[in-house]
Design a protein around this ligand. Structure first.
Ligand SMILES: Cc1ncc(COP(=O)(O)O)c(C=O)c1O
Length: 378
């Protein structure tokens, strides 16, 4: 049995008629740039998260970049980002000439630690070299960050709160959907994400009308009311019409897909109970389950044994941001962000996708319990 880590082909087969019809419509009208599907998708996404404004853009990275641009982040600003995330979260800060300040994460959720955030804000304020400006909260593996506590911190210090929801569309915290938890939220439609297109794509969510207008302008080279009236520095950050069409075909299935992922996560929990640190769950939280990620000492041993059983795994991420060669100048080196450093040694993600056949899930769970129960005996 060949088990894929993520099975995009199975999803595609499931939704093929809708996808084909939507793509054919675009080929028929030929408006490949900012065709009607882009606006239709933006409205459908706003409805999906329960309101606000949505701007379809070219990728999750560009969504973050445009969010920071719209908030006026630039030279001299400190932007607080988790040390345990995908590169894009920190990269966009530096591209705008601002400085990333790495913050440690919580051991259970793998998300930004509000207490460490307080400490780092105090350090930056004391040193006086940078202006604390914004916080980027990442919803790692699909689990929303602790937005209620992060919001309290950003309100106290007058900072803007940005959500990096690249992995968490369809998740919620205290009944509020990702997209409505921060001042502005970026998501990604990279194919392997909970809602993925057939290439690169992303979106920005905000409830602030003026910010949404600024983002629409930034997406189109900073245009004003006329195409050749340039009122600010922007980028070419548009979402392709064809990608919007694919997403329109896939969006109606997203809630059902989220609950299939949730069911699989419960099966993994049962198979692994007591043998590894399981992904955090909170009563107030619904995860998008982009990944099912455990923490286990001697990770390589389990990865090897699963691989021998034909079960693929991934490590997100093997190195924290502050120890990446490109970001070392902005961090305190080894030992400065201990939880992020520990997680990079212990996390392991198991196959996770909504269309996993029952017999495959049975096989993975059987193998998992056999392997980890042997650890307990040994
Ligand atoms: C946490 C996080 N932020 C940002 C991104 C960037 O998204 P994209 O690949 O669409 O640019 C990703 C994508 O992997 C991500 O996981």
């Amino acid at each position: 049995m060949k088990i894929p880590f993520i099975d995009l082909a199975a999803q595609q087969a499931h939704l093929q008629p809708e996808i084909d019809a939507r793509m054919q419509q675009v080929l028929a009208h030929g408006q490949y740039i900012m065709g009607p599907e882009v606006g239709e998708l933006e409205q459908a996404l706003a409805d999906f998260v329960g309101g606000g404004f949505v701007i379809g853009v070219s990728s999750g990275t560009d969504a973050l970049l445009m969010a920071l641009l719209a908030l006026g982040v630039g030279r001299g600003d400190a932007v607080f980002v988790p040390a345990f995330t995908f590169t894009a979260t920190a990269e966009v800060v530096l591209l705008l000439g601002a400085t990333p300040v790495f913050v440690d994460v919580c051991e259970d959720s793998c998300n930004l630690d509000p207490e460490d955030l307080e400490r780092r804000i105090a350090q930056v304020t004391r040193s006086g070299a940078l202006r604390p400006k914004a916080v980027i909260a990442v919803d790692l593996y699909g689990l929303p960050a602790d937005y209620p506590r992060l919001r309290a911190v950003t309100d106290t210090h007058g900072l803007r709160l940005i959500g990096d929801g690249a992995q968490s569309l369809s998740a919620s915290c205290q009944g509020r959907q990702v997209g409505r938890l921060a001042d502005v939220t970026a998501t990604s439609f990279f194919p392997a994400k909970p809602l993925g297109c057939f290439g690169d794509g992303g979106a920005v969510f905000t409830c602030d009308h003026a910010l949404a207008e600024t983002l629409r302008s930034i997406r189109a080279h900073g245009k004003g009311t006329e195409k050749y009236d340039i009122v600010r520095v922007g980028v070419n950050g548009r979402l392709d019409t064809l990608q919007a069409a694919v997403l329109l075909a896939k969006l109606p299935a997203l809630r059902a897909e989220q609950s299939r992922r949730e069911q699989l996560s419960r099966r993994y929990d049962a198979a692994l109970a007591g043998a590894a640190r399981l992904p955090a769950r909170g009563e107030a939280y619904v995860s998008a389950w982009a990944q099912y990620t455990i923490q286990i000492p001697r990770r390589d041993r389990l990865q090897q044994q699963l691989s021998e059983a034909g079960i693929p795994t991934q490590i997100y991420y093997p190195r924290p941001m502050h120890l990446q060669p490109a970001y070392r100048p902005y961090g305190g080196g080894e030992g400065s962000l201990p939880v992020a450093e520990r997680l990079s040694q212990t996390v392991l993600s198991l196959p996770m996708h909504p269309y996993m056949p029952g017999d495959v899930a049975d096989y993975i769970c059987e193998q998992l319990s056999q392997i980890v129960s042997a650890y307990a005996e040994g």
